[in-house]
Design a protein around this ligand. Structure first.
Ligand code: GLC
Length: 530
């Protein structure tokens, strides 16, 4: 069975949507404590509407001791007071819907916080009814049950010994994030209830954290010595997880609003990632991270595109595209900081076949903040602090954040790269993203169409998107030199990443400028004035 019905006009909303990821701590603060909150997100909704995205995904806002800034949940059905209240979240969902924005929450099913009452009970005694809700193993207190290592701190064992009951518990992340035992049907039922709780409150779906981790091989076999230095989460790929996902899908399908499940499948092989769509009966969408780790290189991106086509689209599934998120350096930083590359990358992200995910601040062209050692707060040792820097809203030194310094320093050039200054500058990155999103919204080919790679000179990628009568061609010049593409001069330039071309937008002159990306439409079609 196909997971989607291509081009029937009955596509699910999430296929054509552009999703905007908000890291709530960093978005907007209304209390003056230097940490973003839900009311700040409510205030920011009009920014998202003006920009032209379709959905927002909030990184976790549930009750949490915040060891991993919310990815350690101590109550799945309440909001942490740091972010506001359940009423605030209800209001956020309501006000988003009023603005035709969908809302995705971040569901963290692989592990809880060690402060979650379930774990407190589980660790209290071997006889506790919730003992089996987590993954406990007996053994010598000096030798962990296997050689798995955790994600952070990197290289440390994925096990901690609990003196109280004299046993080891498994945690693929920090010791404060014990892994749930999904083999226990009571755990599955309890976690299903948390999904229903939020669906009944009107959310439109979930980003599912480390979803490939939930099923574990009960034998917990050692990894080879070579692999054991890499966090075990990168290898956990068990058949039973697919059963759990099918159950989750049945639950989601009970809701007429077609809630979406987007899985964080942090496996570094797209062939493995693709299996998590199941036979159209598991995840609707899965993050495919290998492209995020690519360089800005035409050959690598050609490969990324063909791999997604061969392994995801060809099986009737719908890819996702992500350049930045809260776990990795921002792509502008990774690609060397150059604004022209960041603009071309935006064209790439928003015109490939699949659902694009923007990370708040990329529309401003933000780079990672420089975080001095004394301000490191990320449990991974600071690797992820730079990309989590607060969003600058205004040019003044406080950048719209009241009170003392926010929880992390601002990104570089926040006096220029901020919402207010960029709104005032029609040539800004922010206006470019908005124009690009407008072009995408105006074209079924770009949102839903098929994708065919076209021949192009070395260092250039070219593809055609087609949906019924609608057609667009996208050209991306990855090189620092001009490139001749003379055969497309029967097309018009709908939008260009090169601000100097915008003034002369019109018939394509057959020459791509250095690092330029353009969207072309057949002449005779309506050309947009940018
Ligand atoms: C995911 C999240 C990351 C978090 C980890 C543990 O990878 O994206 O931020 O630390 O899961 O929940």
């Amino acid at each position: 069975m196909s997971a989607r019905s291509a081009g029937t006009g009955n596509e699910p909303w999430w296929e054509s949507a552009v999703v905007y990821q908000i890291y709530p701590r960093s978005f907007r603060d209304t209390t003056g404590n230097g940490i973003g909150d839900l009311r700040g997100i409510i205030d920011g909704l009009d920014h998202l509407v003006w920009l032209g995205v379709d959905a927002l995904w909030l990184s976790p806002v549930f009750r949490s001791p915040m060891v991993d800034h919310g990815y350690d949940v101590s109550d799945y059905c309440d909001v942490d007071p740091l972010f506001g209240s359940l009423d605030d979240l209800d209001e956020l969902i309501h006000k988003s819907h009023e603005r035709a924005l969908k809302v995705l929450l971040d569901w963290v099913p692989n592990h809880t916080s060690d402060q979650h009452p379930w774990f407190q009970e589980s660790r209290s005694s071997r006889e506790d009814p919730r003992r089996d809700w987590y993954i406990w193993r007996d053994g010598d207190p000096d030798t962990p049950p296997n050689n798995w290592t955790r994600a952070f701190p990197f290289g440390e064992p994925a096990w901690s010994y609990d003196e109280n009951t004299g046993a080891w518990f498994l945690h693929l992340f920090s010791p404060e994030q014990p892994d749930l035992n999904w083999a226990n049907p009571d755990v599955r039922e309890a976690m299903h209830d948390t999904l229903r709780f939020w669906l009944d409150r009107g959310v439109d779906g979930f980003r599912m954290d480390v979803i490939h981790g939930i099923g574990k091989n009960p034998a917990l076999p050692d990894l080879s010595d070579e692999l054991a230095v890499i966090p075990a989460t990168a290898f956990n790929d068990e058949p039973v997880t697919h059963e759990y996902l099918r159950d989750i899908r049945v639950l989601l399908d009970e809701y007429p609003t077609r809630p979406v499940a987007v899985g964080e499948v942090y496996l570094l092989d797209t062939a493995q990632v693709a299996t998590y769509y199941g036979d159209g009966d598991e995840l609707h969408l899965a993050f495919n991270f290998p492209p995020m780790f690519s360089f800005w290189d035409a050959g690598m991106w050609r490969q990324n595109i063909t791999t997604a086509q061969d392994l995801i689209t060809a099986a009737g599934n719908w890819p996702t595209w992500v350049l930045s998120n809260h776990d990795n350096p921002r792509h502008r930083t990774r690609y060397g900081g150059d604004e022209t590359i960041a603009r071309a990358a935006a064209v790439l992200l928003l015109t490939l076949q699949g659902t694009p995910f923007l990370y708040a601040g990329e529309e401003l062209g933000l780079e990672d903040a420089d975080v001095p050692p004394e301000r490191i707060v990320d449990p991974s040792g600071g690797r992820r602090d730079g990309c989590r820097a607060p969003i600058p809203w205004t040019p003044d030194p406080g950048h719209g954040w009241e009170g003392p310094d926010p929880w992390l320093p601002f990104p570089p050039h926040s006096d220029r790269l901020n919402v207010a200054s960029e709104r005032d500058d029609p040539d800004s990155m922010l206006h470019f993203y908005r124009a690009l999103l407008g072009v995408r919204h105006g074209s079924d080919a770009l949102r839903l169409g098929s994708l065919d790679l076209l021949d192009a000179p070395d260092g250039v990628l070219a593809w055609r998107r087609t949906h019924e009568e609608d057609e667009r061609i996208v050209l991306v010049n990855f090189t620092a030199g001009s490139q001749d593409i003379d055969r497309l001069t029967d097309h018009g330039v709908e939008i260009s990443s090169d601000a100097t071309r915008a003034a002369t937008v019109g018939v394509f002159d057959g020459v791509l400028r250095p690092r330029e990306a353009v969207i072309l439409s057949p002449l005779g079609g309506v050309l947009r004035d940018v």
